[in-house]
Design a protein around this ligand. Sequence first.
Ligand SMILES: [Zn+2]
Ligand SMILES: [Zn+2]
Length: 418
Amino acid sequence: MNIHSIKGMRDILPAETRLWQFIESAARDIFEKFGYREIRTPILEETSLFQKGIGEGTDIVNKEMYTFVDRGKRSLTMRPEGTAPIARSYLENNLAQDGFVSLYYMGPMFRSERPQKGRSRQFHQIGIEAIGSSSPYVDTSAIQMMVYLFRRLNLKDFKIKLCSLGCADDKQKLAAELRKYLSPEKNRLCDDCKVRLEKNILRTLDCKVDSCRALLRNSPKARDFLCNSCRSHYSTVKKMLGEMGTGYVEDVNMVRGLDYYTNTVFEVTHPGLGAQDAIAAGGRYDDLIKDFGGKAAGAFGFAIGVERLLMAISAEGNLVVPDNKTDVYIATTSENVRLEALKASTMLIEEGICCEMNFEERSLKSQMRQAGKKNVLFTVIFGDEELKRNEVVLRDMRTGEQANIKLDELAQKIKGGI
Ligand SMILES: [Zn+2]
Ligand SMILES: [Zn+2]
């Protein structure tokens, strides 16, 4: 066959899904205990949602979105992140009427970046959004919740980097100073940054071109423009994290490549990943709901990159998730007994026993070999003669012992032996 998966988008195979499920169910369990509830938004949204939410001039919007015109001539985009769709849903469905709302999500996101280690075009995120509060307790509690999840996954070597970008006013002051600083150097900026200088100057801060980074090393920093209220919010978060025993380092150079962030932002890195070392990131976005036309509502969110998290987990090697095991294999010696065998296998499954059976015309010997390969605890053999007496042969694969038993005692016998 000459059909392949799309570059940068890969299959997650049965050998891996066990671990994915483990991570997802740990996240569900912990988030639900913190009062978060799941929200599922569509993969496709109107393109303008992301242009407005993430911001024109960001790399995501300018270079990375899967955007296309549908049959109705609408411009649609496959979601590159989860926050803008959830903010839309919050407003559209009036979730604000419940006051504070805390939501979590998990699923695929799409960005057409150059595929490399730790970056794929369909990638997966597990994230949360807490909307309707500006309290620093929300920031702290959410970061704490993420740390609990990492601990549940036996992850140890991660590092939390913290910074504050300030409110919209503070960001404007920073932008003005940055303009003063960069304008005389305009010719030394890359082409993208020349445009950013005019359109969205704060995005020069996340330029990856070396010459721009060198130029920006000594540029004005967000921390120098925090107003009293932002300063106090940030120090409260730091104090509480410290008192709760959650370690962090401050990183004054941290920027997030999305316009909506204000105030507290953070990133979690792990040494097992190489150059792209972030496994999670997030922060406050106190103006997004208002910018989307809603009543001002403080908000905080983060997203964990599942593929990145898996790399960190495998680098540490401390999480072993056992695979589900088949307990019973049902062998059949002829077509005459197969329906009864199917009924019995269904009955065993209803009793909570993991059971597979042979559907094919094949020798008992090859079926026993199959059972051996599956490493089952028991094989049940359905034969014509035995079935006439309502009996089957039950073989304990660990001892090799076998005995005829009544069909209606099968579940009991197996349960007693597992
Ligand atoms: Zn401020
Ligand atoms: Zn640049």
